[in-house]
Design a protein around this ligand. Sequence first.
Ligand SMILES: *Cc1c(COP(=O)(O)O)cnc(C)c1O
Length: 356
Amino acid sequence: MSKFLLEKYKNMVAYIPGEQPKDRAYIKLNANETSMKPSPKVLEVLKSSRMNGLGHYADPDAKELRTAIAELNDVAMNQVFVGNGSDEVLGFLFLAYFNEQSKICYPDITYGFYQVFAKTFGINGKQIPLKEDFTVDVDAYVKTNRHVILANPNAPTGYYLPVSEIERIVVSNPNRLVVIDEAYIDYGNESCIPLTKKYDNLIVVHTMSKSKNLAGAHIGYCIASEKLIEDLNGIKYSFNPYSMNDITIAIGTAAIKDTAYYKKCIQEIINNREYTKCELERYGFTVLDSATNFIFVTHPNLHAREYNAKLREHGILARYFDSERIQNYLRITIGTRQEMEQVIMVTSLILEELVA
Ligand SMILES: *Cc1c(COP(=O)(O)O)cnc(C)c1O
């Protein structure tokens, strides 16, 4: 840290992203990305004559992408805000609405970035513990008057909260914001986007990094009432109007329109998830019921930390969180069938070694 860094940033605790090591070829199952290809339409756009125009700035309103997202979700374009990954969308939200007085809350076990943003921006953030069984304590959110941020389905547990439960939180106090981060909603769950027509204190955040096979392009968006979107565009225009470049606007639009392709990819991930869950259970693992593209697993005789290290020795990266309540759990992203068969094969070897 240099002597010039402002006092207010000295408390920052940076988010630790899933690592991207290049020392050998790994099966990467540590960041909920995918080795599946983006839609062929995306690849076509990248080879098209449009790319000759990169000498010009992109449309700062990203109208093309916002219109496609609006059509897909049956809302108006001015109810859509887009950003450089949902992390940036969340960043703008936190900047716009929360601080020391405008307090927020989120679960103790959830996406780590909420706490990181709170520290970075000097926000009063409170962790509300998940229940003993790792489900969200909805009543606690109904009771508090803090703004709420929830990942639904939650990470790294993989549990999904029905729309009616979210609505219970939203209606309980129209004077506070409820932000629902639906990064994993596409894996067979019902979105609460339709509720944004009824409630002007709800913001629903989506990413194209997971179910659209586009983590490398980093595109995120949120849907909310027109006034909230106007606020966010105001912040963006006062900070970085071109945070979406023309390449990402073009490929994001192509991806949003190719629902048929992604439907197939998502179904494949769900099938592979159920296959992996079933196989791991045969080997004695407990696998939480997942509504996402990852599973959260624990084993009575193999500590998660050791399981993680052994997988790594065999060229497989998973995600271990060294925090109190989940120390004996490992999060494994669901990849292709071939990748998951390798996980099962390697896991059986690790367990055999344990007995020997
Ligand atoms: C992956 C993830 C994000 C970040 O998505 P990006 O669009 O890649 O920034 C946000 N929230 C949750 C819950 C995630 O799992």
